[in-house]
Write a protein that binds this ligand. Sequence first.
Ligand code: ATP
Ligand code: MG
Length: 495
Amino acid sequence: MSSGTGDHDLTGLKFGAPAAERDIDYGLASYFVESDAYRRVENREKTIVLGNRGTGKSAIFKVLASRERERGSLVLELSPDEYSYEMLSAVLQAEAQGAWVKYSAFASAWKYLIYVLVMKGLTEKSVRGKTAAATRVHNYLRDNHKDQQDNPIETLVSYMKRIEGIKIGQYEASAKVKELSRLYKLEEIEPLLDDLKELCANRKTMVLVDELDKGWDSSEDAKAFVAGLFQACVSINQLSPDLTVYVSLRQELYENIPALYDDAQKYTDITETIRWDEKSLISVVASRIRHTVPSLRQFSDEQCWNAVFAKVLDYRKAKSFNYMVDRTLYRPREIIQLCTECHDLAKSRNSYPIDYGIISQAELTYSESRTKDIAAEYRFQFPGLQRVFEVFRGRPYTLERDDLELICLGITCGEYKLDDSAPWVEDQDPEILIDVLWRVGFLRAYAVGGLKALRRSGSSYVGPHQVSALNLGTIARFQVHQMFRSHLGLKEAKR
Ligand SMILES: Nc1ncnc2c1ncn2[C@@H]1O[C@H](COP(=O)(O)OP(=O)(O)OP(=O)(O)O)[C@@H](O)[C@H]1O
Ligand SMILES: [Mg+2]
């Protein structure tokens, strides 16, 4: 491709992969945008990372892991090919059957598993010249975990089974209490904790647990599994400043686990919720441009953007960055996806800088995939959202409150056929439906009064990615978010 914009040859331009697990191979560690959130995690101030899909939870973990490994730390990454929620439900008795609260059992089992993994990791190498602490740990592992394969979930499940066996088994009450407290207190491992501290002091250790949502089935076991992990994380992190367990979780799963959400204040001081704004999002894109177009290396974010995209679109004279970022919920994955779609089209037509013709065409594919992805993202909390979105197809995208309430009433009282796919909307108060549509980003609210300060000049509407709490009852007018418009064929209201 011979295209060049001004002096810049864009032949090598790449926006990377949309998921951090693959993006790390494209160079994420070099074009990573270091936010305050990242620094708080790196400093160990925050150890639980929450965020919506595609906001960069894995990116933080991947970059942290790679930097720590370079420093010689032990880094263990746990992710869910290794945990299967379906399997948990298959092998564990239901809470109702054994009158046992699995949450604390899972917390102990997680602690057990993580301690064992860390001990293994720290004693793997260098047999000669072992310290007394290392020898004791080594001997414990040799005697207790020699035959175990490397599948961590088996270690966790086997510990759960030990607790379950006593909970549900026929034991005399006092024996039961004694055995259980032994297991809950990890008596088997307790004598080794000082040794472990010593080992961690010699080699800093980090355990990263990501992608807990994969295979998520919202079952009792899945929720207890995650809630138990949070508790284990807090408890292990108190042992030593040189051993840190980090956990990431999707925001809406967190809100869906009563054991966590109801106890939210227990975790607020260690929780980092990832949020983005326009300035940091243009950095995400510009850093990728700089990384792959060497001649732009010295240029500012705006200059890099404008070397690839027409600064002002021929459509309504909007700034191209504003136009594109308005089609996101401020998640890096979204802007990367939209840029990639545009770039692919522009490449095939050799048409740079990228202008409205290309962007609007890329938007079709992008809007369709985002509409489906958002519906899929909330499938446990609000199943059938896709059908709800479809009710808005072809309508004007600006909706006065009355119009919106009427549509929502139509949805909740069954006037629009949703094929039983969204049972939660039936007979629901339309206000609740409006609230849900706002929370998932489908609706934006007309900004009045103090809210105005939060919007960018030129846009009168705000979404949940811009303001976290909003009294929707006071909002007189809404708009369907731009991201959904192209796919749903929404039009401007006729005046
Ligand atoms: N701070 C950052 N700097 C540069 N790129 C980032 C940053 N954060 C995220 N990204 C990029 O955004 C995309 C989405 O990030 P990531 O895969 O980490 O999201 P996630 O929150 O883990 O999503 P999911 O819930 O689907 O696992 C990736 O391409 C990632 O590299
Ligand atoms: Mg991820």
